[in-house]
Write a protein that binds this ligand. Structure first.
Ligand code: HXC
Length: 278
């Protein structure tokens, strides 16, 4: 597969987010850490929330190399009290929150026939309920005018995919959550959008969903002919958060190399579906 081109952490002007404060739930690794880094590179203080303290510390030290201040926070987004406390901690340390990213996600491939009720609930609780908890607990701390929220969605919200009944339903719910909150919170000056990454190289999501033997074939199906990088998703997030998107709310930005133009199934490429799921 063609490698991702080298990309700076941000292509925006340094200091774009000076004096701004951000929280990235799930920002301790992968795509969400890429987003946290892009925000930090634009000059904002960034708190990252994750379940694992060691990963959170590690992410925060990387962010301190890039931006003005970073805060590692431990919470499971499924636990309302825990995320509520973490959000309060970020706001008390930084001041009013400008940017919140609901990115915590859980996923595995399992056919509906072999997925238990608890398996379905676990993924929808992390992705959908977790996004609601993240935004709901951030709400009292938002600066309001100019505040911008992003939920991480995915192509499965729009196109069914084998073995993804839990994640597809959760992400479709996120799409609706985003539009409803955009409607309700718009009058307070708060924008809410979703960002839908495609396959992003070296992430947990790709590790879980794309067998190594199929990486090249799947990349060849994308119009851009390669997987994306966390830096590229970070730059897309900065656009949505920035004043450049000040009239954009309740929308989905696909940062997916054109993946949404290529149906997952019923087309050439259906043979790429893992046999284990069929
Ligand atoms: C079938 C499975 C399973 C599997 C877990 N379960 N893995 N069922 N196939 N491979 C079932 C379990 O049997 C159990 O049901 C239920 O799910 C809960 O599992 P636990 O391990 O107890 O849950 P928990 O410890 O909370 O872990 C959550 C997790 C785990 C999602 C299962 O993988 C995790 O922590 N993931 C976080 C990181 C992650 O997934 N990142 C990738 C995000 S990728 P029973 O009935 O046995 O009790 C991503 C991008 C793609 O989101 C976007 C597409 C939408």
């Amino acid at each position: 597969m063609t490698p991702c081109p080298d990309h700076p952490l941000t292509t925006y002007r340094p200091g774009l987010f000076a004096g701004r404060n951000a929280v990235v739930a799930g920002g301790t690794s992968g795509i969400n850490l890429g987003i946290a880094k892009a925000i930090a590179a634009c000059g904002a203080k960034v708190a990252v929330i994750g379940r694992n303290g060691e990963k959170a510390e590690h992410a925060a030290s990387a962010l301190r190399e890039i931006g003005p201040e970073a805060l590692p926070l431990i919470a499971d987004v499924r636990d309302f009290a825990a995320i509520d406390a973490a959000m309060a901690q970020a706001a008390k340390r930084f001041g009013p929150l400008d940017f919140v990213v609901a990115g915590a996600a859980g996923n595995f491939i399992a056919a509906a026939d072999s997925l238990s009720s608890n398996g379905f609930r676990t993924v929808t609780d992390i992705d959908l309920l977790g996004a609601f908890h993240t935004f709901k607990t951030a709400r009292p701390w938002l600066r309001e005018e100019g505040s911008s929220l992003i939920a991480i969605s995915s192509g499965q919200a729009f196109q069914p995919m084998w073995g993804q009944v839990h994640a597809s339903a959760a992400k479709a719910g996120i799409e609706s959550l985003v539009r409803t909150l955009a409607l309700e919170w718009g009058p307070a000056g708060i924008r809410v959008n979703s960002l839908s990454p495609g396959p992003i190289a070296a992430t947990e999501g790709v590790k879980r969903l794309v067998p190594q033997s199929r990486v090249d074939a799947i990349a060849r199906r994308l119009p851009i002919r390669r997987f994306g990088s966390a830096e590229e998703v970070g730059n897309a997030a900065v656009f949505l958060l920035s004043p450049a998107a000040s009239f954009v709310t309740g929308m989905t930005l696909f940062c997916d190399g054109g993946m949404m133009l290529t149906p997952y199934d019923g087309q050439p490429g259906a043979d790429l579906v893992p046999e284990t799921v069929r």
